[in-house]
Design a protein around this ligand. Sequence first.
Ligand SMILES: NC(=O)c1ccc[n+]([C@@H]2O[C@H](COP(=O)([O-])OP(=O)(O)OC[C@H]3O[C@@H](n4cnc5c(N)ncnc54)[C@H](O)[C@@H]3O)[C@@H](O)[C@H]2O)c1
Length: 324
Amino acid sequence: MKFEDIRRVSVLGAGIMGHGIAQSFLMGGYPVSLFDVDRSVLDRAAALIEQNLKLFAQFDLIDGAAVNACLNRLTTTPDLKRCVAESRFITEAAPEDLALKRRLFSEVETYCPEDAILASNTSSLTMADMGSAVRNRAGLVVTHWFNPPHIVPAVEVVRSKWTSEQTMDTTYRLLTKLGKLPVRVDRELPGFIVNRIQMALIREVLSLYDQGVAGAEDIDRAVKGSLGFRLASIGPLQTVDMGGVGLWLKVYEHLTPLIESSTEPPAALLRLAGQGHQGIKTGKGFYDYTAENAHGSPNDVVRRRDRELLNRLRNLYWKAETEE
Ligand SMILES: NC(=O)c1ccc[n+]([C@@H]2O[C@H](COP(=O)([O-])OP(=O)(O)OC[C@H]3O[C@@H](n4cnc5c(N)ncnc54)[C@H](O)[C@@H]3O)[C@@H](O)[C@H]2O)c1
């Protein structure tokens, strides 16, 4: 499938990820068909996309007129056949369930153009497992977006053992056209790049927390104000070069025997999950998210997060991408 042949995009599953992915394609100028098995999810997704487009306009990331133009390119439907019939790039953002995704790909293939690219937003499954029943396996690819997908720039583009070079190239160019920051992952392995790194970080964070070395606020402040502050502009390998390779080698040798390496689930997660606390979803996690408390209600927290990230997007990535 050539990049130029993609005229319409379909997104399957309109939940947390699907509606944001759809918004990114709309902002990139593509007509988007958005499918979900639940009609009420589709209505909510359309309302959220409108709200989020307006926020992008408020931050000067798109102009005001683009809001309606994007909305006019959006079709929502609970009819899978209708959704994919004319799309040459189709991505699923359905629940993380291997059997469901396998069935979905097989069904989609009976309705869509035979050369369409079929992408998955899986966090932890492999195409090798999801796609073995698909006929056009050269057109299978994982595109792993990050929440909130309409804001976070990077998308991992993961090559499966079947993915053709043309599928990789077309997908890469498509994401670049949306103003995204595609990352090529040339070997499919669980967690791809970013989730593996994130797991290494969170294992140490939870170990420090469980040992009582510092509380949640201080650990978060330490990471946000140091690594986090730096990492948005300077990658970890650039950081090694800037600090000095020899110094990093010494610190690596001193510290790696002392940091956490257990594969047991950390006590803090087990305790919170056991008490039914799911974070902002239930109002309590490491922090309290009731409206009267300093962190605000779950909605306030998401809105504040999105505004902070949009500021960063505007300053760090968006202009640079669109000016090129
Ligand atoms: N939430 C995240 O932070 C995140 C980040 C990266 C990747 N992912 C991955 O994205 C995918 C979607 O996750 P989510 O968090 O958006 O889930 P979600 O539960 O918010 O949304 C999934 C949607 O899929 C719909 N659905 C159910 N059956 C379907 C079917 N047969 N076909 C199409 N849609 C169907 C559901 O009605 C729901 O609206 C998962 O594979 C997940 O691992 C999630």
